[in-house]
Design a protein around this ligand. Structure first.
Ligand SMILES: Cc1cc2nc3c(=O)[nH]c(=O)nc-3n(C[C@H](O)[C@H](O)[C@H](O)COP(=O)(O)OP(=O)(O)OC[C@H]3O[C@@H](n4cnc5c(N)ncnc54)[C@H](O)[C@@H]3O)c2cc1C
Length: 174
């Protein structure tokens, strides 16, 4: 409506859950070489997801289920890191969408007079929200917003100002 084309794409990402096998317990971790994140989910389960980019999809038509092959890939990866989990069993999972910016950091700022954007959180928006939320509220209310917010403006991509965060392909860790 304001003639601004945000540089965002949409990727399908999965979360797979597993029941711990026997007494094995492993703490939350990210495994860069094996390409996954991992954390306990309640007492009985742990969950995992991939760290790398995925192909773009049509946000109005994508598979919300997790395939057996996808579960198998994550399960095999964690067993390489933590062989004690070899008796874990799949408990299903889900798939949803990441709104991804070119550098996997959010796009935040005023894009037309009185029109603000806060999107493109690239699969790690919950983590960033506590730090960014108060500053974004200041931006919207015209208070003295933190000048550090400027680095997230979408115009950074026109100026080759991509933010350097994350670890290799694992940009959601940045
Ligand atoms: C599978 C998966 C796992 C994730 N895991 C993590 C994690 O471990 N840690 C982490 O930090 N982040 C994680 N994320 C990312 C996190 O969920 C997002 O970054 C965050 O939810 C983005 O918040 P948002 O408010 O920008 O957008 P959203 O949460 O998508 O909220 C946008 C809202 O706008 C509404 N809306 C859309 N269009 C319109 C319209 N036209 N009119 C009115 N309302 C509209 C939508 O219904 C929605 O409620 C994960 C995401 C996925 C998909």
């Amino acid at each position: 409506m304001v003639g601004v084309d945000l540089p965002l794409t949409v990727e399908r990402h999965i979360v797979a859950t597993f029941a711990w096998g026997d007494d094995a317990r492993v703490p939350a971790h990210g495994d860069l070489p094996n390409g996954y994140y991992f954390r306990p989910e309640g007492d009985d389960l742990f969950l995992m997801g991939p760290l790398h980019p995925e192909p773009t999809v049509d946000p109005d038509a994508f598979d919300e289920r997790v395939g057996a092959d996808e579960t198998e890939r994550l399960g095999s990866a964690v067993i390489r890191r933590a062989p004690s989990l070899r008796h874990a069993t799949s408990r299903g999972g889900w798939a949803s969408l990441y709104d991804v910016s070119p550098d996997w950091q959010p796009v935040i700022g005023e894009i037309a007079p009185g029109v603000f954007v806060d999107a493109g959180t690239s699969g790690h928006g919950f983590k960033l929200a506590p730090a960014l939320g108060a500053h974004i509220a200041d931006l919207l209310t015209g208070a003295d917003a933190d000048r550090g917010l400027e680095q997230f403006h979408p115009r950074r991509f026109e100026r080759s100002g991509a933010l350097d965060a994350g670890f290799g392909e694992a940009r959601i860790l940045g």
